[in-house]
Design a protein around this ligand. Structure first.
Ligand code: GLC
Length: 800
């Protein structure tokens, strides 16, 4: 054997001293004597991109994650050269690049505090197995630093002390700390000394993050190929970090149709047609609201995508239509594996056009999934995405299906140890051909994107609705998601809570878990507790494998049915509040669920809390995640909070014991909030909403609240046909003032507001609407003060 000892001993390699510097507007190139190039791009005052090459050339700059709609531009940029370093200054950041070793330090421009410090900084190892580099970065972990984000990791919300891998994986019945699972979102937020920053490592190869696990004072990340290419995103507020990351990787391309925020019922599988109807009829009979019913793989003919099993579903169009008349939108599953069957149209088209992924040596990639042996479309090829989107014509346009659920798109392959494609499989990668090592983490994202394009096209002028299991950074632009095959255990209820918050912190708010658990069966108590949490997740669906019994809301006896109904009804009442939160998410990139640390990062009590979260801006939710609980301890952030159930006020900044029997769950409303509410409906659109409830929670001081409305579907809102109302509340010991500011041209169906005045510290003796006094008789006093007023009021004064 001939060994090249020089190569073998190479190990980690480092850049040496800078020999040239070049600036082209907002792109700065630093080259070292040993051919490393660091390219720094000033994206915004608070967002800087760092890109390293070890060969002095860069590959084509292409990313599936970064959206073309990302904001760019800065207010200030200055570059100075000193003896030891280059200094780059923007309005928000100061960045030092060391001339000797290319290490970078980043400071807050305002108070000059150190935010990010390269420990070893950029380094690399040659990958003899595959060619190219294993690219690495290590930074100092600062005193008391905490870490958040990273997608769907089923671990403690604060990632400190742990190591993670990003490689999307089919993970049936995963558990706490299983890693990796379905999603790869290589973005984290660090928080130290009250300041927060984010790092998005836009590299789709298998990557790793180590948060002070291997070495206590070091945080590092690396990938098995590709470039060291990361975005540094500065806050110092964590909300701004997440919002800026979301701006970079994209907000959802449109609002979800309001019905998609209703309750969804799913099972593997509801069939035949009579079973589907039995389930939907039961919802209506028991008056449990529900908007969507799902067909899992058994609706197809031998699991062939885009076909129907005509024995189970002789008239899909008729059934879908009838369900719709009863308010149920039908959602069907579509997987990536296309059955190898020479008589199957989709297969034939794929072969004729060479749309399937190939092995490096030429043959198509063959793998087993539900239909048996399959080929897999290369969704990284724009032509294939086009073709795929076209396949939805019949389902959407003709049959009337309203949503598509993309599953197994990691891609999952059965009966092979690595559960997916071999590394050598080739992908087009939008004209940047590569192996599966690079395309794996974005395969599912591109499938969901192609599906989204089909639904958008054929569902027009309605908004598309897609659900995906696999995701990479940026997937939130196209689709909602769920957390995969969880288990009906209490531990998984904890996991579901953490995952939904973590996904929100990772720019992906439209997320939920399989309520009740997918594998195994919950008892009534667990199901009730899960529904209580689930109705506060943006995507709200019960799903189960069905192997262990039924999981409809009424399967656990009368008491549980009543509790489930009560909480789903609460969800429907809060729809305008949730829809408004979505609108904020779409416009500002602020997550819909806010972990306490995001809500108040300055309060260190929040840094390690996992259970409580803020739903929207003003409702605090804390699920009960243990059996036999009569209540729980929870932490209320600073400020005063009303207990939703009894309107008692508690002060925050400390822990409280809160009673919560099985029919209840701790919910608190921030003082000063005005919470919009709909009447209970069995499905969205069942009733014409002519009045919106506004629950006004008195506060001494000021608080703003919002109410967004539009046609609840379609795109008119993008042309200004929306209605955005801002309510400015000012409370004094003897007076309450609510000012309303209106924007947008949409005429809402509601004409009046029904105000419920909660916690008023005085007895009302005078009411003025737009400076005119109104009769006190219009005020109903029945526990709370209720008042109905015209929706277009400008100023309401309520006086002692
Ligand atoms: C996968 C999915 C699950 C689905 C099942 C059958 O396990 O994660 O949700 O029900 O496949 O399609």
């Amino acid at each position: 054997m001939i060994t090249n000892t020089e190569l073998e001993l190479k190990g980690n390699q480092f850049p040496n001293h800078i020999v040239s510097y070049n600036k082209n507007i907002d792109v700065l190139d630093f080259k070292t004597e040993n051919d490393v190039t660091l390219q720094i791009t000033i994206v915004r005052d608070s967002v800087i991109r760092f890109r390293y090459s070890t060969t002095s050339n860069f590959d084509n700059d292409f990313s599936y994650a970064i959206t073309k709609y990302a904001s760019t531009g800065y207010n200030f940029l200055e570059i100075e050269e000193e003896e030891e370093q280059y200094i780059i200054t923007t309005q928000k950041l100061i960045c030092h690049v060391n001339k000797q070793d290319l290490k970078v330090n980043i400071y807050d421009a305002k108070d000059k505090s150190l935010i990010s410090h390269d420990e070893l900084g950029f380094h690399w190892e040659e990958s003899y197995e595959f060619g190219g580099d294993i690219v690495k970065m290590s930074k100092t972990s600062q005193d008391g630093e905490s870490y958040y984000g990273l997608g769907d990791k089923p671990s403690h919300l604060n990632l400190k002390g742990k190591r993670f891998e990003n490689w999307v994986t089919d993970s049936y019945a995963y558990g706490k700390d299983t890693d990796p699972i379905y999603k790869a979102i290589p973005f984290y937020t660090g928080l130290h000394h009250g300041k927060s920053y984010g790092i998005f490592f836009d590299n789709t190869f298998r990557s790793f993050f180590d948060f002070a696990h291997e070495r206590k004072n070091v945080t590092s990340f690396w990938a098995q190929g590709g470039e060291m290419n990361y975005y540094f995103i500065y806050g110092p507020k964590m909300t701004d970090v997440v919002a800026n990351y979301t701006d970079l990787t994209g907000k959802p391309h449109q609002l979800p149709a309001l019905w998609t925020l209703g309750y969804h019922q799913c099972k593997w599988s509801y069939y035949p047609e009579s079973k589907v109807k039995e389930v939907t009829a039961k919802f209506r009979e028991l008056q449990i609201p529900c908007d969507a019913i799902y067909l899992d793989i058994d609706y197809m003919e031998g699991f062939r995508c885009f076909t129907w099993n005509k024995e189970y579903f002789p008239d899909p169009k008729g059934m879908v239509q009838e369900l719709l008349e009863d308010g149920f939108k039908t959602i069907v599953i579509i997987d990536p594996g296309i059955k190898i069957d020479k008589d199957y149209e989709v297969y034939k088209e794929g072969i004729e056009n060479d749309y399937f992924c190939r092995r490096a040596d030429g043959p198509y990639m063959k793998g087993k999934v539900w239909p048996g042996e399959c080929y897999f479309p290369d969704f990284t090829n724009p032509k294939v995405r086009d073709w795929w989107s076209g396949l939805f014509k019949e389902l959407i346009e003709d049959i009337g299906v309203k949503g598509v659920w993309n599953d197994m798109n990691e891609p999952a392959v059965m009966e092979v140890p690595n559960k997916t494609f071999p590394d050598d499989v080739r992908h087009d990668y939008d004209g940047n051909p590569c192996s599966h090592r690079k395309a794996h983490n974005i395969y599912g994202m591109q499938m969901a994107r192609a599906t989204y394009q089909g639904l958008k096209k054929f569902g027009y002028p309605k908004r598309p609705f897609v659900i995906t299991r696999a995701a990479y950074a940026g997937t939130q632009r196209y689709t909602s998601s769920w957390t995969g095959d969880n288990i009906a255990t209490w531990e998984h209820l904890w996991i579901a809570n953490v995952q939904a918050q973590r996904m929100a912190l990772s720019g992906f708010s439209f997320i939920g878990s399989d309520i009740g658990g997918f594998a195994e069966q919950p008892n009534g108590e667990l199901y009730a507790r899960w529904i209580q949490l689930g109705v506060f997740h943006p995507f709200c669906r019960t799903h189960s494998s069905g192997d262990h019994g039924e999981q409809e809301p009424w399967m656990f006896g009368e008491e549980i049915t009543g509790i489930v109904k009560k909480f789903i009804e609460l969800r429907y009442q809060l729809l305008p509040y949730l829809y408004t939160s979505f609108w904020h998410y779409l416009n500002e990139g602020t997550p819909i669920l806010k972990s306490l640390v995001l809500y108040d990062q300055e309060d260190i009590q929040t840094h390690y809390r996992t259970d409580e979260f803020i739903f929207g801006d003003q409702i605090l939710v804390c699920p009960i995640i243990e059996a036999n609980s009569k209540g729980r301890r929870l932490y209320l952030p600073k400020g005063n909070w009303y207990n939703y159930w009894n309107n008692e006020v508690s002060s925050g900044g400390k822990e409280h014991w809160v009673e919560a029997d099985l029919d209840s769950m701790p919910i608190f409303v921030k003082e000063g909030a005005i919470i919009p509410k709909y009447p209970i409906q069995q499905y969205v659109g069942e009733k014409e909403i002519d009045e919106v409830g506004l629950d006004v929670y008195f506060k001494t001081g000021k608080e703003n609240s919002f109410l967004f409305d539009d046609a609840h579907d379609g795109y008119d809102y993008t042309k200004g046909r929306f209605s955005l109302r801002t309510f400015k509340l000012t409370g004094k010991t003897n007076e309450l003032i609510i000012q309303q500011h209106k924007a947008g041209t949409f005429i809402t169906s509601y004409k009046t507001f029904k105000l419920k005045l909660i916690g008023l510290p005085f007895k009302i003796s005078k009411i003025q609407v737009d400076n005119e006094e109104i009769a006190l008789e219009s005020l109903k006093v029945n526990g709370d003060n209720t008042l109905i007023i015209d929706k277009d009021f400008t100023e309401l004064h309520i006086m002692e």
